[in-house]
Design a protein around this ligand. Structure first.
Ligand SMILES: N[C@H](CCC[C@H](N)C(=O)O)C(=O)O
Length: 271
């Protein structure tokens, strides 16, 4: 069974082509695939299914069935969509530089740019309130943002590089009953942010596409601006985000690293 490995600003994924949606992709298999010792190793899995075969409505032919490394399902993955698009274009499965990808958060129009980067229409980034999080003994007051998936964005004057994100920061489970992605941000100047993230269902990752949209939306909200464009530096690289009322975009790189064959016995034993 074919698999590919790819990443978007070092947020890495196992990609499983499954056009007829026949794979029995259990949470246990996802967790095993993402395990960096007993599996391939990744932050998540991108299963490539035809929307029609997956029983979902989409203006696009292809649906991204995204799973977090712990096996949980999330509504959307911004870095994952770019890698998904790179695969479709390289495999000759997508016509032209502009098309639509189906996701659990809805359809996402994409554009493959001349320089190889991918721009994703990320939909609305909606401020849903404020809440708190704790990293060790340090507490932060954050801005809650819905980008199709939940985020809590905390700005700090201290260099985010100094935060110890080895453990899950505490958060308000009543405010975020489905869990939350936690971003910690330095404002570096007009239209320039630096971010680290502890992702729901994964842990700290080197990048989070929906998270970069959330942090720009939070910065715009706090500045009382109608719209914003920002470069966001994450440990895995740099993306460009725009946020306006009811819409947002994410632009960044996407790389396919490897192609291979999953061992059938391994697949059967890890279900
Ligand atoms: N962990 C996230 C999904 C992946 C988001 C991230 N990898 C991205 O690029 O947007 C969640 O549970 O909502």
């Amino acid at each position: 069974m074919e698999f590919l490995k790819g990443h978007g600003t070092q947020n890495d994924f196992v990609l499983l082509p499954d056009p007829a949606a026949r794979l029995d992709l259990t949470p246990a298999r996802v967790a095993a695939l993402c395990d960096r010792q007993r599996g391939i190793g990744a932050d998540g899995v991108l299963r490539v299914v035809r929307a029609a075969d997956f029983g979902v409505e989409s203006a696009g032919e292809w649906f991204m069935d995204y799973r977090n490394a712990d096996g949980s399902i999330a509504e959307m993955c911004g870095n994952g969509v770019r890698v998904f698009v790179r695969y479709l274009v390289d495999a000759g499965l997508a016509a032209g530089p502009e098309f639509v990808i189906g996701t659990r958060a809805g359809d996402r129009p994409v554009v493959v740019r001349e320089d190889g980067t991918v721009t994703v229409q990320m939909g609305p980034a909606t401020i849903t309130g404020s809440s708190v999080t704790m990293v060790g003994e340090q507490s932060f007051s954050g801005v809650a943002v819905d980008v199709g998936n939940p985020h809590l964005v905390s700005f700090t004057e201290d260099d985010v590089a100094g935060l110890d994100l080895r453990d899950q920061p505490a958060f308000d489970g009543d405010f975020f009953p489905e869990g939350v992605n936690l971003e910690f941000v330095n404002a570096l100047g007009e239209g320039h942010l630096r971010m680290r993230v502890y992702e729901r269902g994964v842990g700290e990752t080197r990048a989070c596409g929906t998270g970069t949209v959330a942090v720009v939306a939070a910065a715009q909200h706090l500045a009382g601006l109608e719209s914003a464009e920002s470069v966001v530096d994450i440990p895995g690289g740099r993306v460009v985000v725009t946020v306006a009322p009811g819409e947002s975009t994410l632009t960044g790189p996407a790389e396919i690293v490897a192609r291979g064959e999953l061992d059938e016995a391994w697949w059967a034993a890890n279900g």
